[in-house]
Ligand binder design. Structure first.
Ligand SMILES: Cc1ncc(C[n+]2csc(CCOP(=O)(O)OP(=O)(O)O)c2C)c(N)n1
Ligand SMILES: [Mg+2]
Length: 801
């Protein structure tokens, strides 16, 4: 040290002090995450005989990486998706920052405790992106980066919002998920920046040790789509060993060591390493020296010194990346590092037993009763660590969630309906009119579609508002005077984000767009369009978007058997049930275009309800809190009713239904329809009036909202709010007790058959239960019993019973 210049000496000393602090915190993070899981499994009362679980090995694998990131590398504007099984590490870090309570850690995986997997909506300690279903959180960061560019390039974000990095801490087996590769392609097309995927390359998944050859291929895949790949393999101690005599042979030996053998030796420890090195390299003097100079423990320490557990190597690598190129770090780690089952192939769900924990605790120098102490067992003074923590950039500015003012929504949207029209066409007109008329609402709409913008009627909107692209690109066909209805200008001003055909990407992009207010302080109103049957392709990603409380309008069209000639696999049957069951998504299936426009106007408000006030027992949860909206639309052209939109009609449409023809009090029969089969229901109702003149005709615009309102009312009554009456109860009140309900929907009949449970009416449900096939509407409606005859038969049966 003596020959160093004074300033440099100080700098080095402070650097080593910094490193020592980070290493102390790394140990604390490993301890707390392991203890949190141990406490949940071994020290809490278990009333149900179920295993609690938690992943000590997966957590240990990333303890160093996450310590480096959170306590040094990250900035408040960065947003992070933590691999699901490192949830305890994340919560431990937030606890050290003072953002997480001891009670919640003690209640890890219990009601109102820290969640098993990081959750934006359920955890209280600043989770940026939920994770859990592997692969989705990773892709989310890439789409969030796209959204960040969208708001920054348009100058929509408040000045306080600085561009950040979207960081995913990725389990290596997550790369098996196809959705990651779908997102990679999109990352190239949209030239996504500011995205880091940090792969915890422990070469283990749940069941298995990963094939050795896999990663070479994966690296080239990343590079092919414009990612920088930074591979971090060995830590400083191993690098130092490689620099000594015969070190090259040692490096070659480890490089060639199969993943499975390396893992097995990690588990066996120093004796195993010694045996193998002696056998394979024992005739090299340099290796003999290494073996002689290290006892078994020290030898294991050197041989397992991978970069992912070497703070200095990690800091160097992370800080070396200063530009915004999308970057993938492949970081070698050991699953369960520092724990007794490190490297064991079956360690995924492994938990330390009480004896192992007692030993681990002794090793970490934690006294009984000091298990939750933030600084117990560390060599450094608590005050120094406190001081350091106060200055960590990531946590210095408090809450990192943003908010954004609401975009004003007109009470009604412009729409001219004349004659015949489909709901899909009506949707296209509403957005095209908004594009033309402009205003704050139109400026905050952003549309996206997986290669079906034109065929879902977004063409008019895109022509006016353009396609979003970081780079301005001319419409070559237009320039070359090729006549086309589509004039697609590409620029940062564009308001349509065009995706390739991958529904997972659609939903993850909607998740990112739909959280822009809370991630980037900028309110966007996203609309995603796709064909209804392909909701099922992206269903987990849709669920993921809803779980994070992202806000978007999903327009699914065409739908059901009614897209007739397209054939069986395109004819969605189960989607109305998805609409009914998916939390956070209000599903509508309007028959007429004036209903659609009413629902859309309401939706733009519903999307923006922030639900900051608590919801009490008397209230309908989502009606207060808001959510996303799913519109199931059709290409079938229907004669449009000539009517004005009064308040009662509007309220009925939004609450889920209204009497198109009111029943006479005490009526024995009502027909109930949803969506594109309205003409059949209207016709059958007209015919039935000859015999049952008091019969009513109920239009159900949203089975989901009717159902949810009914459940909410029942819950309110149970909680003592006796006067609560659900909309559906009011609607069905005029019918005679035991009256017959004939329901019809182009979808699964269970969507409406529950109506019989509301007041004990007898239901004859019509709908689709089997795969469809190509045909025209008369043939298909007859074949699948959605026609007037089927309705009349059902009415007759209902009246006879
Ligand atoms: C979509 C999905 N499928 C399956 C699982 C169950 N699962 C949880 S973790 C895991 C393996 C994860 O391995 P890796 O990503 O390498 O993480 P590690 O524990 O090694 O850090 C599996 C299959 C899941 N969470 N999500
Ligand atoms: Mg793994």
């Amino acid at each position: 040290m003596s020959d160093l210049k004074p300033a440099r000496a100080v700098e080095q000393r402070s650097q080593s002090g910094h490193l020592a602090l980070l290493q102390a915190l790394e140990q604390k993070v490993l301890w707390l995450s392991s203890w949190m899981i141990h406490n949940a499994n071994h020290l809490r009362e278990h009333r149900d005989g179920l295993k609690v679980g938690g992943h000590q090995a997966s957590s240990a694998s990333v303890a160093t990486i996450m310590t480096a990131l959170y306590f040094d590398v990250l900035r408040p504007e960065d947003r992070v998706a933590v691999k699901p099984h490192a949830s305890p590490v994340f919560h431990a870090i937030q606890y050290l920052f003072g953002n997480q309570t001891r009670e919640r850690l003690e209640r890890f995986r219990a009601l109102r405790g820290a969640q098993s997997y990081p959750s934006r909506t359920k955890d209280a300690d600043d989770v940026d992106f939920s994770t859990g279903s592997v692969g989705l959180g990773v892709a989310m960061t890439a789409f969030a980066a796209l959204v960040q560019d969208y708001v920054l390039l348009k100058d929509l974000a408040p000045e306080s919002v600085k561009p950040g990095r979207m960081v995913a801490i990725v389990g290596d087996a997550e790369l098996d998920e196809g959705n990651i590769h779908e997102a990679l392609i999109e990352s190239w097309k949209h030239d996504i920046r500011n995205t880091w995927w940090i792969i915890d390359y422990n070469r283990q998944s749940l069941d298995a040790v990963i094939s050795d050859r896999l990663f070479a291929g994966i690296e080239s895949q990343f590079k092919a789509v414009g990612w920088r790949v930074v591979t971090l393999k060995y830590g400083k101690r191993l690098e130092a060993a490689f620099a000594k005599p015969d070190g090259a042979a040692l490096r070659q030996w480890i490089d060639d060591c199969p993943n499975s053998l390396y893992s097995a030796l990690v588990f066996r420890g120093g004796r195993g390493w010694r045996e193998h090195l002696l056998r394979d390299l024992g005739d090299l003097p340099g290796i003999r020296k290494l073996l002689d100079e290290h006892d078994d423990d020290a030898l294991a320490g050197v041989m397992t010194n991978l970069a992912g557990h070497d703070m200095e190597s990690l800091l160097e690598a992370f800080h070396a990346v200063q530009d915004d190129q999308r970057t993938c770090f492949v970081i070698y780690t050991i699953k369960g590092f520092g724990l007794p089952f490190a490297g064991h192939k079956d360690n995924h769900a492994g938990l330390m037993n009480p004896e192992q924990m007692a030993e681990f605790k002794r090793h970490k120098r934690i006294q009984d009763g000091a298990e939750w102490d933030r600084f117990a067992g560390l060599d450094l003074p608590a005050a120094d660590i406190e001081d350091f923590l106060r200055q960590v950039p990531f946590a210095a500015s408090g809450s990192r969630r943003t908010s954004a003012p609401r975009v004003p929504v007109p009470a009604a949207l412009p729409l001219s309906t004349t004659g015949r029209m489909s709901t899909q066409e009506g949707f296209g007109r509403v957005v095209a009119d908004l594009a033309r008329e402009g205003g704050p609402l139109a400026d905050r709409l952003v549309t996206t579609s997986p290669d079906v913008a034109v065929s879902t009627n977004l063409g008019g909107w895109v022509n006016r508002r353009g396609v979003f692209s970081r780079h301005r690109r001319e419409d070559v066909f237009g320039e070359q005077k090729v006549v086309s209805a589509q004039r697609w200008q590409m620029s940062p001003q564009g308001q349509h984000i065009e995706l390739g055909i991958a529904e997972n990407n659609l939903f993850i992009l909607l998740a990112a767009l739909g959280l822009s207010h809370s991630l980037f302080g900028t309110r966007l109103l996203p609309i995603g369009t796709l064909y209804d049957p392909f909701i099922q392709r992206g269903l987990d990603a849709l669920n993921y978007a809803c779980y994070q409380d992202a806000r978007f309008l999903l327009v699914a069209t065409p739908s059901g058997l009614t897209l007739a000639p397209e054939g069986g696999a395109h004819q969605s049957v189960g989607t109305p049930l998805i609409g009914l069951a998916q939390d956070g998504l209000a599903a509508f299936e309007p028959a007429f275009v004036d209903e659609l426009a009413t629902i859309m106007a309401w939706s733009f408000d519903y999307l923006q309800r922030d639900g900051s006030a608590p919801v009490d027992d008397s209230q309908w949860f989502h009606d207060v809190k808001g959510g996303s909206v799913y519109l199931r639309l059709s290409t079938r052209t229907l004669a449009q009713p000539e009517r004005g939109m009064d308040e009662a009609l509007r309220d009925g449409i939004i609450a889920g239904g209204y009497w198109l023809k009111a029943p006479a009090p005490g009526s024995r029969l009502a027909l109930v329809y949803t969506g594109a089969v309205a003409p059949e229901a209207i016709e059958a109702h007209a015919q039935i009036l000859e015999e049952v003149p008091e019969a009513g005709l109920l239009a159900v615009t949203s089975a989901d909202r009717l159902n949810a309102g009914w459940h909410a009312a029942e819950r309110a009554r149970q909680a003592g709010h006796r006067d609560t009456v659900a909309h559906v109860e009011r609607l069905l009140a005029p019918l005679a007790p035991g009256a017959g309900l004939v329901t019809i929907i182009d979808g699964h009949p269970a969507t409406l058959s529950w109506l019989g449970g509301v007041r004990g009416h007898r239901v004859r449900p019509l709908g689709v239960e089997h795969f469809g096939q190509s045909g025209d509407l008369p043939d298909l409606y007859r074949q699948y019993r959605l026609d007037v005859d089927a309705l009349l038969d059902a009415c007759a049966a209902a009246c006879l019973a």
